[in-house]
Design a binder for this molecule. Sequence first.
Ligand SMILES: Cc1cc2nc3c(=O)[nH]c(=O)nc-3n(C[C@H](O)[C@H](O)[C@H](O)COP(=O)(O)OP(=O)(O)OC[C@H]3O[C@@H](n4cnc5c(N)ncnc54)[C@H](O)[C@@H]3O)c2cc1C
Length: 419
Amino acid sequence: MEVPLAKTDIIVLGAGIVGTSIAVHLLGRGLSVALLDRRGAGEGTSYGNAGIIEGNTVFPPAFPSSFAELARIALKRSPVVNYHATDLLRFAPWLAAFRAASRPERLIETAEAMRPLFARAVAEHEVLAAEAAAERYLSRRGWLKLYSTDAAYAALASEFEAAHRFGIANVPLDQEGARALEPSLNPVFRHAVHWTGAVSVSNPLALTRAYAARFATIGGLVFTGNAQTLHRANSSWRVETASGPLDADTVVIALGPWASDFLKRFGIKLPFAVKRGYHLHYRPAGNAVLSRPVLDAENGYVLAPMEQGIRVTTGVEFAARDAAPTPVQLTRILPAARSLFPLGAAVEAQAWLGARPSFPDSRPVISRAPGYSGLWLAIGHAHWGLTLGPATGRLMAEMITGAIPFCDPTPYAADRFGR
Ligand SMILES: Cc1cc2nc3c(=O)[nH]c(=O)nc-3n(C[C@H](O)[C@H](O)[C@H](O)COP(=O)(O)OP(=O)(O)OC[C@H]3O[C@@H](n4cnc5c(N)ncnc54)[C@H](O)[C@@H]3O)c2cc1C
């Protein structure tokens, strides 16, 4: 019999923002915790996002309701959504469920189910960032959403109503008001909303790394290894690390878009898919300055000021996680992005590709893994993994240790999809 290298109370598989935050929270509750990844902390999806800690989120993105928009997507003319025709059949059940979850009453249900997590998002980051001496990456200037048409702006009525009910601060602005905040924006839009409570991150990779470094400093164990080696050994769970086998009675799966490999191997059926997205950095032209992230709502891209330059992130691409990159959306949005803000030369030769791990109801799964004792899932944070990592970390640690959770975890249970 192989002798285990070590036994910890808990192994967290995946050192993205979600897994790292969970590991920090568990360690803080007095457990021995190992954090395992095949790469460095934060180098997966958590590397390339738009860096917005969006505590202000009300409604998730919805399935297009207008025929014109659907036709634009189908004809591959939409800057917001792209797809690989070869993978569409595989996405069909997920897209049907996503469409059902986009009915107005379901969107309200989702907004209410997600509110407790979003409401804690900024505060939980602030705690971890202070402990990790990483506050320099956080900027408290909110973010701006821009609208070019009166119709797009008018469609926000239900979001404003819900935001008011939830107490989420926002300031509707005209073009002049928005340009007073961001003078380098060109006057190519009509309306703006300043979501003042959002916090932006100037380097999401550095932030996750700082949380992981803090975890190691206070006694957390960091391992390199392949999470797919997870198996039962005696009465424990065992994973093979670069330093040998490691055992624990409890394992948390926080593998981001790669969670599907785990779900498949363990026969856990959940409607999990990825929404791919790209980014590329550009130097600002001349003296142009951007001090907070800006969303061009109709074109679905974000301009986010980062240490590396202005990060231009795209909307959604439905394609297999590992299919070759097809960054056509960057080409589609670039004329609009350049007319909105003076972008100079690209910093990199190639776009970064990531995959948002997503469930069709736009809620993560933060719960026990169905059918396995000692296994927990923290997956499917979609567009909000950076936002919700630390709040998820707290909730997961409270659930695992049997403390009273800060919010009701029922909406995030894996069994909401049936057994
Ligand atoms: C273009 C884009 C823009 C976005 N913008 C925002 C935003 O502004 N705000 C926001 O909140 N969210 C945003 N997101 C979403 C956010 O980035 C993700 O939800 C989040 O990063 C998911 O974090 P995670 O920890 O679950 O996954 P990951 O960061 O992918 O972490 C999973 C980890 O598991 C590891 N792993 C995988 N397989 C194995 C294995 N077999 N063995 C060992 N290790 C393994 C990986 O190496 C990785 O480190 C954006 C996403 C994209 C693509």
